[in-house]
Design a protein around this ligand. Sequence first.
Ligand SMILES: Cc1ncc(COP(=O)(O)O)c(C=O)c1O
Length: 332
Amino acid sequence: MITPAKTPILGTEEAIERLRSTVHAKAKNFYAVYSSILGGIVTDPALMVLPLDDHMVHRGHGVFDTATLANGMLYQLDQHLQRLLGSAEMARIPLPYPPEKLRQIIIETAAASGRRDASVRYWLSAGPGGFGLGPAECVGSAFYVVVFGAEFYPASYYTEGVKVVTSTVPIKPPFFARVKSTNYLPNVLVVLEAKDRGADNGIFIDERGMIAESSNMNVAFVTKNRVFRHPPFDAILSGITIQRMLQLARQLVERGELGAVRIADISVAEGRDAQEMLLVGSSIKVAPVVEWDGKPIGDGRPGPVAKKLLELWYEDVQNATDQLVAVPYPEA
Ligand SMILES: Cc1ncc(COP(=O)(O)O)c(C=O)c1O
């Protein structure tokens, strides 16, 4: 007996109609998308789609970065763009346009979103052209930008602190940790494992027993003798936020609020003995860790350096003109 087909075969009009009717509720947080495939910007979420034959989709041959849009300004756009270009070079993805044009497209997509506060994420991809492995078949590399409303971390992260666990997920080898590619499977698994264990996030430890980083954020410490500590950047992602916080922490040293800033390997034992532990990144900003593997860090409460650096982050986003790029919104 032949079973009647249950999977409809859709015509073009019907498929487009379904793209429209199946837009989910959360897509209201997607404000604008640029696609080099379309050669322009769309604001209808139904059209925010990628070709399945793009090698970023089926081979993970793509790199990305994210900048924060705050008060109508793109914060540290050039640093994030520079890291994107570095990632593309490591992933051997040729640029579809010169860097100035990529920058212009990001700024214009932010403007088209009409939003003054959002996240702006962009990808360079090997591009579409088939389902093979090597990019030789690709018709040309692709560039995509999305402006979206990110979900915020709970306020308790900052007022009560964050709980972390040591992850059992294998850490990426140094080369893959340094390139911000779309292969974030270990990063996703580290969060899922932490949640399973009743914590908020996980910490990657390298094979030498040294502290590396967290899911999509860096990990810093303040020792009992007031030294701001961070691991070297040769086997982890060089976070734009921590790089800025290291500059600001040096100002705290000049003002006598910290003893020193030191970048060197940090063993798990040293980390557990710290006065403060901090998670730092574009999405979390600066959050205090109060518990690691069920044991308190310092006195088990958010510490003053985490608080101070978070304040400095907010000040930076408001006032640091050398870190801000104005978005040219159309006249209202
Ligand atoms: C693995 C990883 N480490 C660290 C960071 C922090 O980097 P940034 O401060 O540029 O967001 C991120 C986020 O991009 C990340 O994905």
